[in-house]
Design a protein around this ligand. Sequence first.
Ligand code: ADP
Length: 277
Amino acid sequence: MSETCSGNCGSCSSGCNSDEKLKNRLSVIKNKLLVLSGKGGVGKSTVAASLALTLAKKGAKVGLLDVDFHGPSQPTLFSLQTATVEGNDNGMFPVEANGIKIFSIGLVMEDADRAIVWRGPAKIGVLKQLLEDVQWGPLDYLILDFPPGTGDEALSACQMITGNKKAVIVTTPQEVSLADCRKCVDFCKQLEVPIAGIIENMSGFVCPDCKHRHEIFSSGGGRKLAELAGTDLLAQLPLDPVFLRECDEGDIASALEGSPEIAGELDQAVSLIVAKG
Ligand code: ADP
């Protein structure tokens, strides 16, 4: 392979070994943001998609890679369940929605309702193949919707992603989520992945009737976690039933437009992330 190869030329399939191909593929992506959470259901995928949309709205070239094997949500959030993945000898192309390039493990599953029952090494092999094969081209940001937790898959994904990478940790305010996110903080420290910040999701609920804010899951946990990690609390996103409905209906871009409080918090989060370089 020539020294100037961007990882997006046709020669990779014949000239590169796998590690070189992976390195070259990632070398044209300026920043990788790994979106992590201690457990499932805290809104990690929703936050990953929202960060991607918010960055794209600010003019960045953005890719979104969903490697959450057991719950790939990005096809649902962007109504891509029937999208077809195209490719050539050099790999697969991401699909495009709302100005973002998207690839999800869910796009190449034959049946979305079938559980993935592969053992760890098989999942890690697929992960590597995805990172090698998807033809993103040059990007300002690749947002990675990570598997929840700090197990094998997250560890391998973290190690495979080279270049400028930072983690964003998503938690809800309850202790059960915070406890697992403290492990995410430790995971990042052990792997020497800088933490761009913490996003506290489902942080209070503003009642549409009485307009009062209710702290359903207690408050202050995200801030404490940010202090522990020595990083910023990037945003506190309220629970919003209208936002949830639009996400469930497969239109996360409209969900953000219809929820100025969530959109405003994410705008602030993205400005902080961009400022950190
Ligand atoms: P995870 O990726 O952590 O498993 P998801 O992003 O799939 O979690 O979110 C779980 C559910 O919570 C989804 O139905 C999503 O629409 C909803 N959700 C996430 N964040 C919010 C929020 N701030 N307000 C309302 N619903 C939310």
